[in-house]
Ligand binder design. Structure first.
Ligand SMILES: [Cu+2]
Length: 501
């Protein structure tokens, strides 16, 4: 019997990250002390077996181009999987530099990693790093003949290159261990409000009088981004044994329900527990997963559905997600409740606490000029080139220029010249002056009016976050005033412009 986690790792010395000095005297991107490894104390009770092995694997190195936010695929080699058949009973994903240090989430961020096993989505990680951990007696079947493919989207928030690894620590019961004979196999059923797709996203935007936004909205008809995977008609009697939600910052919960004969009941609510002091605005969060005793019996013909709910009081959330992978046993006789007779255990449990890679929250003292104090340029429309991570005369990181200015009713057009190098930028409204230090919780899309360009750049249709255009124009109906914006991909990028009457 092996000792339980946490596995001890040596405290790493602080990572001294370069401070970029671009163009002017403005310093960008505060150094982030990565601190300890991301293997914080687990809070989930793992199943345990005689002969259980703890194995560590990695994929990579993945070379990151400056500022990249690309979706990529690669085959996972035989040396990154167990060598013998057996059962995987727990799966802990992470992202590290080559030396094992975990990058700050404000510096390099694991937007997603999805492990495809024989073409099926089996495990996934976002920056919330939920730890799928099956109840005692269940495991994902593993055989060395399986084809494993890594689908990842690693987001480099600064204009520097880096090399990283995607890692996974697994609990593994080889078939040679007598305990393997008693383990029942599970597969993963993927529920996704906007799926299937490589980039299944929707927007959760602020609106007058609205505190939360649920997608899909039960009261609304067709919704932009809704995908067929938001419901699932159960194909045979079976038993669900584990689930947890995946959300982005701003997300509050995912809900899983089932409908039978016109009646709908809850199966599980995965709740976002924010360690972030500013509330639901960053990746400093853990999702609740089902308790080890959660077991749900479903019948053929039941219709399972998922929704995601976001807080929209503090910002608008663009390109959001709501996903629940479910571990299911394709049979019955393993306990559990009929959800129409007994409500399933509704309380969940987070799988980890605050992670040190989420220590740089941002929002510290102002480090850039206040656009409201800057002189107006000659009112004219025209275009602003975004190049080398700067938006020319609109950029707050470039000193000694006048603010781009337009008359009411006219537009400014931003053109992303970095798109040629596969670098995407957005022009996203943030509340003026939007000039504080960058971190996981700052800046955010909280301007007095919402505007957002989408990710200006190009990529393969359906396999990219890019909008497949390189330019965007400000709305013509903006009231007079000074506006500030940031790039959602590279949030150290800030700029401003003015509308005059
Ligand atoms: Cu950018």
């Amino acid at each position: 019997m092996s000792p339980r986690r946490p596995r001890r790792r040596v405290l790493r010395c602080a990572l001294a990250l370069a401070v970029w000095i671009l163009g002017s005297a403005s310093a960008l991107g505060p150094a982030h002390a990565a601190g300890a490894s991301g293997l914080a104390k687990d809070t989930y009770p793992q199943a345990t077996y005689p002969g259980l092995q703890h194995l560590h694997f990695s994929y990579g190195p993945v070379h990151l181009k400056p500022g990249q936010n690309l979706i990529q695929f690669g085959v996972i080699g035989a040396d990154a999987k167990p060598q013998v058949p057996g059962y995987i009973t727990a799966f802990r994903p992470n992202l590290t530099y080559l030396d094992g240090k975990v990058p700050g989430v404000d510096v390099i961020h694991l937007h997603h990693g999805v492990w495809l096993v024989n073409g099926e989505r089996r495990w996934a990680a976002g920056e919330e790093k939920t730890f799928p951990d099956l109840p005692q007696g269940f495991g994902w079947r593993y055989d060395p003949s399986q084809t494993w493919v890594m689908n990842h989207m690693i987001h480099d928030l600064y204009p520097t290159e880096a090399d990283v690894l995607i890692t996974w620590d697994i609990d593994f019961v080889p078939d040679s261990a007598p305990a393997a004979a008693s383990i029942r196999p599970v597969t993963t059923k993927w529920m996704d409000v906007a799926g299937p797709g490589a980039y299944p996203v929707f927007d959760a935007k602020r609106a007058k009088g609205r505190k939360t936004f649920t997608f899909p909205d039960p009261g609304a008809s067709a919704a932009t981004g809704l995908g067929p995977e938001h419901t699932w008609t159960v194909e045979r009697d079976q038993t669900l044994v584990w689930t947890a939600g995946h959300l982005h910052p701003g997300g509050l919960r995912t809900d899983l329900t089932v409908t039978r004969a016109g009646r709908t009941v809850p199966l599980f609510r995965s709740v976002a527990k924010y360690w972030e002091p500013a509330g639901p605005v960053s990746w400093d969060v853990a999702m609740t997963a089902t308790q080890p005793w959660w077991r749900v019996q479903l019948r053929k013909g039941d219709v399972v559905a998922i929704t995601g709910t976001y807080d929209v009081t503090k910002a608008s959330w663009y390109e959001s997600m709501a996903i629940m992978p479910i571990a299911r046993y394709l049979g019955t006789g393993v306990g559990g409740v009929d959800p129409f007779v007994h409500p399933p255990a509704s309380s969940g449990r987070v799988t980890h606490g605050h992670l040190p890679e989420n220590d740089n929250h941002g929002g510290g003292p102002a480090v850039l000029p206040d656009a409201r104090d800057m002189l107006s340029g000659r009112p004219a429309g025209g275009s602003i080139a975004m190049a080398e991570f700067l938006s020319a005369r609109g950029d707050l990181n470039t000193l000694g220029h006048r603010l781009p200015t337009v008359r009411r009713g006219a537009r400014l057009t931003f053109v992303n010249q970095d798109a040629k190098r596969d670098i995407f930028h957005t022009i996203t409204a943030c509340r003026t002056p939007c000039n504080r230090t960058t971190g996981i919780a700052y800046p955010r899309a909280d301007g007095p009016v919402d505007f957002d360009s989408g990710e200006l750049g190009y990529g393969p249709v359906g396999l990219t976050a890019a909008a497949n255009r390189d330019r965007w124009s400000t709305p013509a109906d903006l009231p007079a005033g000074t506006y500030t914006y940031f790039c959602r991909v590279h949030p150290f990028m800030r700029g401003g412009f003015r509308v005059v009457g």
